[in-house]
Each structure stands twice: as structure tokens, then as C-alpha cells.
Design a protein around this ligand. Structure first.
Ligand code: NDP
Length: 247
């Protein structure tokens, strides 16, 4: 069971699917903090009626000046228990990024959302993750103590890359993978697991209608994986169904 989990980018796509699935499992999290950047757009999340679970809206992951305030709000929700799981899910991918079309702004903006934000949010919230890891020292290493999940993509794998284009997205996710590995080295002694996950190619706004996987299949696999995380997953890169991937 996961006591508390924070997921970014929950108003649609995989983030929304993760929230819905976590609410449907036999032991849902005590505290599920689903964030999204625009309350007005988040009708589907509002409909979920998360009470008594806590819902915290309005968090643009690139609004770094709001992070300290956000941490205070989170501490109010979590009290002294800390945060068990930080799931950096929010992500973006510009279209038309073949070499002759790619623009500096696309590379930079995608890097800020997909790489800088997960690192900075982790930096801000790591004290809460450390608290949860310490307070649950009788539990096995994994999501019952503390874990950071970075939503990566197979497109961030250097060894699996045999396609052209998508420079902003591929580079940002490869860099996110490096962040995961580095976090795993840095936080290992704090008993915090850091893992990159590839959700599969999924039918969402980003994945498009030709994607072979539906959201439900992907999020079910991801939640099963989170529930069974162990020290073996620290610094690893896994597909939604638990298969280990090459960096
Ligand atoms: P969607 O495009 O459907 O959803 C993206 C989500 O991220 C939205 O909720 C969006 O919010 C949010 N988001 C984007 N930028 C920000 C921001 N600055 N602040 C807060 N939220 C933001 O994509 P998916 O659900 O498919 O993707 C989710 C994650 O999974 C991403 O990290 C993606 O890279 C990854 N992934 C997806 C794959 C797929 O096939 N679908 C494959 C591999 C990886 P808003 O509505 O406000 O824009």
C-alpha cells in the first residue's frame, strides 16, 4: 500500500489515468495529491471527488518560484508523515522537430518541462521523501518508504534509438534518465528509490490515436510496478509491465 503519492500533470492522459486507477485499487493511497496547472481545465479530475483524499490543483511545473509555497501546502496535507512517492509525470513534446525544422525554443522549453522541472521538484520535496523513508524504517525499501518515479520514454533510450527527428523530446528524456540514475546514487543511503518508467506507446493526446496501448493497461502496469518497487529498481529504467530497458 502507498500512504501518500503526488503526481504531476493529472488533468488528462496518463496522469488522469493513474489517479483514476489508484482510486480503484483495494487499498488506495491515504493521500493522493493530483496536481495540474489549470484548475479550469481540470474538469475530469474535479469529477473524481477525491475526498477524503486530498487534491491539490494549480501547479505549473515550470513555475519554479511557486515551489516553496507548494511545499508548504503539501506539508499541511501530509503533516509529519512526509511523502512516500513523488511521480514526475507532466511532460510535453513539440510536433515537427526534424533537423531542418527544429527551433532553439523547442529544445529549451521541452528541456525545462521534461528535465529541469522533475529535478527541481525533487530537490524541493526531497526533505519530505527523507521523512517518509525514516518514519517507515520498519517497511521494505520501495514505495512504502520513499520513491521518485520519473516518467521517461523509450525515446530517451540512446541504445534503442534508431529513428530520426524528435530532438527536443528525445534529448530531454535521455537527460531525465541521467537525472534518475544520479538521484539513485545520491539518495541510496537515504533509502529512497529513484526509477525511470516508460509507459509504453499509449493512446493519449501525446501518444496519438495510432498508439497500440490504452491508458488503462499502461497505468495498471505502472501502479503494479510502483507497488512492488524494491532496492533492485533503484537507478533502473523499466517499461510499464516491469520489463527492464536498456539506457
Ligand atoms: P498528454 O499530452 O496527454 O498529457 C500531458 C500532461 O502533462 C497534461 O496533463 C499536461 O497539462 C501536463 N503538463 C505539460 N506541461 C506541464 C506544465 N508545465 N505544468 C504542469 N503540467 C504540465 O501526455 P501523456 O499523458 O501521454 O504523457 C504523460 C507522460 O508520459 C509524459 O511525461 C510523456 O512524456 C510520457 N510518455 C507518454 C507516452 C505516450 O505514448 N503517451 C510514451 C512515453 C512517455 P496541460 O493539459 O495543462 O497541458
Amino acid at each position: 500500500m502507498i500512504k501518500s503519492i503526488l503526481i504531476t500533470g493529472c488533468n488528462r492522459g496518463l496522469g488522469l489515468g493513474l489517479v483514476k486507477h489508484l482510486l480503484s485499487i483495494p487499498n488506495p493511497p491515504d493521500k493522493l495529491i493530483a496536481t495540474c496547472r489549470n484548475l479550469e481545465k481540470a474538469k475530469d479530475v474535479q469529477l473524481l471527488q477525491l475526498q477524503p483524499l486530498k487534491l491539490n490543483l494549480n501547479s505549473d511545473v515550470t513555475d519554479f518560484n511557486s515551489y516553496d509555497d507548494f511545499k508548504l501546502k503539501l506539508e499541511n496535507i501530509l503533516k509529519d508523515d512526509g511523502l512516500n512517492v513523488l511521480f514526475n509525470n507532466a511532460g510535453t513534446s513539440p510536433k515537427s522537430t526534424k533537423l531542418h525544422l527544429v527551433k532553439p525554443s523547442q529544445l529549451v522549453d521541452t528541456f525545462v518541462t521534461n528535465t529541469v522541472a522533475p529535478i527541481m521538484l525533487t530537490k524541493t520535496l526531497v526533505p519530505l521523501l527523507k521523512t517518509a523513508a525514516q518514519k517507515n524504517s520498519d517497511k521494505p525499501i520501495g514505495s512504502q518508504r520513499a520513491a521518485i518515479i520519473n516518467m521517461s520514454s523509450i525515446l530517451g533510450s540512446i541504445s534503442e534509438n534508431n529513428t530520426e527527428g524528435l530532438y527536443p523530446y528525445k534529448c530531454s528524456k535521455a537527460a531525465l534518465n541521467m537525472a534518475t540514475k544520479t538521484l539513485s546514487n545520491e539518495l541510496k543511503n537515504d533509502n529512497i528509490v529513484a526509477t525511470s518508467i516508460h509507459p509504453g506507446w499509449v493512446k493519449t493526446d501525446m501518444g496519438g490515436p495510432k498508439a497500440p496501448l490504452d491508458v488503462d493497461t499502461s497505468v495498471k502496469g505502472i501502479v503494479d510496478l510502483i507497488l512492488t518497487l524494491s532496492s533492485d529498481h533503484n537507478g533502473g529504467y523499466f517499461q510499464y509491465n516491469g520489463k527492464a530497458l536498456p539506457w
